[in-house]
Ligand binder design. Structure first.
Ligand code: GLU
Length: 621
């Protein structure tokens, strides 16, 4: 067993009365009235649609005084009400995330993890929280090999639906740390609106029903999951009301007893039991390998506050997540490579060629160097340096696509003039799911939160903790367990698997210009890069940058392309040597742009994942 080398201590807040917090934090970030008018009040769902449920989707909103954008109307609504009631961006982000845990339970929730990026208006600084799920300390490097057969477990069905892939959840602690450091509400106050939705229910939409049906076999494999998500043996109908009273109770437990009620005590013991001995139904054929989690793993979990990555891109400062996520360094490197070219003056096809190539180079380096920094030395300074980007750009042929996979660049051997050495090119096996969810929040004081959270696969491990109303993640499948023992993202006890999550805040002259993020597994990196490329290099408006078709080149022979992308640009890019594989859609992004005079442009997806909901506090100044 090896313990992580970094440690993190902090004082958990005892009683966080918002009014008291206001006194401490002052007017710049504090809530004014300290609480919600009455967040449990259904009448609060004003301007709601059918039966009082808030279902209206608004892909773009323009206005002032703060904004919330997420994939879900109920969740965005919760966040914007927190802002209107005097909460700050951190309060609203936690409240929105908690609501997503109810309405998007297959993408995120207290059984998972994520990354939280925060711009603090008062100090002008960007801070981050790494709330990544962590491997149990006793998890061996060969945990994904079946002891009985000596054969590696298959990804489907063994690893995806298993106890062995469940990492120690980081989301509850992320919420607690965020509120404790920068919020004005207590955890209990921030959880209240989501608790009401869990108790009273939300309207099932097509996405929820489809996701339930796609997971039917594995949800049916667990007594707890079947009971919650397959009432009467079937996926809930579109338009029916879905209630989760168990989750409402779990949220109330956290509200009453604090986050330690998750990491120690009866709930923690129950999580451990569920991981070690998943509650399989008698009828299932799924193997469901058990996991290694113990109570000590939960007790020792800490969400980590840490500095962001930073890179400059055409006069903007781009802040992202440092390892354990590969998001910040890979988005940063992609943009740094693009910066070496005059993309704005190019026609569309050559510009897209450069985008695809830059991303393949950055992915090669990600595969070679990125892992949990507590266990491996990640050469972040090299990967994000302009000299390194110059070296990489030397290999980008403006007229021809490089043969994929491209090799990684040796970080000990580069001079920025193409003199350096590289290893042999190899693609990594990509097993990251394409679930997850993302939200962007800003407040009237100018604070900004970009937060991506996940349980990995859509439906996570498929295992609901009995009578607690939430799914456990299968995040440990993000380890690179097929890449050999020396890979920086190899399994290790106490280690965090490398992520692609890329919540990003872009500043101009020290002030927010753009905040953005998305789900999508490894394509998160390319979608965030492409959005910035569209907005900054191609000069698109943010709604248009969001709408146009996407492609993702993660250093594989064929890049993923949305059908509309392939239809419009595929043939011309194939002339350069690019290859494409069609994928239905890439990402479900959210973003806010900060314009002059305090104007906000809040954007969510018009159609991807059923369309999102971007709301502003006020439409008029
Ligand atoms: N597990 C993935 C990651 O950490 C996220 C999965 C997704 O976005 O769907 O990068």
């Amino acid at each position: 067993m090896r313990l992580p080398s970094r440690s993190h201590t902090r004082t958990r807040r005892a009683v966080a009365l918002a009014a008291a917090a206001t006194l401490v934090t002052g007017g710049a970030t504090g809530a004014t009235n300290g609480a919600f008018a009455d967040p449990d009040d259904r009448a609060g769902r004003d301007r709601a649609g059918q039966d009082g449920f808030y279902t209206k989707k608004t892909p773009t909103s323009r206005g002032y005084g703060g904004a919330v954008t997420s994939v879900d109307p109920e969740a965005s609504r919760v966040g914007v009400r927190v802002l209107r009631n005097g909460g700050n961006a951190v309060d609203a982000a936690v409240a929105t995330a908690a609501a997503l845990g109810v309405t998007e339970p297959y993408s995120a929730g207290v059984g998972g993890g994520g990354y939280f990026v925060y711009y603090d208006a008062r100090s002008g600084k960007v801070r981050t929280i790494d709330g990544r799920e962590t491997a149990p300390f006793e998890m061996p490097a060969d945990a994904f090999v079946n002891e009985r057969t000596d054969e590696p477990y298959r990804f489907f069905p063994e690893l995806v639906t298993s106890g062995v892939s469940v990492g120690v959840p980081g989301t509850p602690d992320t919420w607690d740390v965020a509120l404790d450091r920068w919020g004005t509400l207590s955890l209990g106050q921030a959880l209240r609106p989501a608790t009401a939705i869990a108790r009273d229910g939300f309207l099932v939409d097509k996405t929820f029903r489809d996701q339930t049906r796609d997971n039917k076999e594995r949800f049916d494999a667990f007594t707890s999951t079947r009971r919650l998500f397959l009432p009467g043996g079937h996926a809930p109908r579109v338009g029916s009301v879905f209630r989760n009273p168990d989750l409402a109770r779990t949220y109330r437990l956290l509200a009453d007893e604090g986050v330690q009620a998750f990491y120690r005590g009866p709930l923690a013991r129950q999580i451990v039991r569920t991981v070690q001995d998943p509650p399989k139904t008698r009828s299932t054929d799924l193997p469901v390998p058990p996991g290694f989690m113990e109570i000590g793993d939960l007790k020792q979990y800490d969400a980590l506050t840490q500095p962001p990555t930073r890179s400059d891109f055409r006069g903007y400062d781009v802040y992202g997540m440092a390892p354990s996520s590969s998001g910040g360094s890979t988005v940063g490197e992609t943009l740094n490579i693009l910066e070496r070219f005059d993309i704005a003056d190019m026609r569309r096809i050559p510009a897209l060629h450069h985008y695809l190539e830059a991303s393949a180079f950055a992915f090669a380096d990600r595969g070679r160097y990125l892992g949990d920094e507590a266990f491996v030395d990640v050469p972040l300074a090299d990967l994000l340096s302009d000299r390194f980007a110059r070296e990489r750009a030397c290999r980008l042929d403006p007229d021809t696509a490089t043969k994929k996979p491209v090799p990684a660049q040796d970080v000990d051997d580069y001079d920025g003039r193409c003199g350096g050495g590289s290893d042999s090119g190899r693609s990594e096996r990509d097993t990251e799911g394409v679930s997850t969810t993302n939200l962007t929040v800003s407040d009237r004081w100018g604070n900004v939160v970009e937060y991506t959270l996940t349980i990995e696969q859509t439906g996570g491990s498929g295992i609901v903790v009995p009578e607690r109303g939430f799914l456990l993640n299968n995040e440990l499948t993000d380890f690179s367990y097929t890449e050999g023992p020396n890979h920086p993202n190899q399994i290790d006890g106490g280690k965090r698997p490398r992520s692609s999550m890329s919540p990003t805040i872009v500043l101009r002259d020290g002030k927010p210009f753009l905040a953005l993020g998305t789900p999508g597994g490894s394509t998160i990196i390319t979608t965030v890069s492409q959005l910035i490329f569209n907005r900054v290099d191609r000069g698109m408006s943010l709604p248009r940058a969001m709408r146009v078709p996407r492609a993702s080149q993660g250093n594989t022979t064929a890049a993923y392309g949305e059908p509309a992308f392939i239809e419009r640009f595929g043939a011309a890019l194939e002339d350069y040597g690019h290859e494409f594989a069609a994928i239905e859609e890439l990402g479900a992004a959210t973003a806010i742009e900060f314009r002059r005079g305090g104007k906000l442009v809040a954007v969510s997806e018009p159609t991807r994942r059923g369309g999102g909901s971007a709301l502003v506090v006020r439409e008029q100044r």
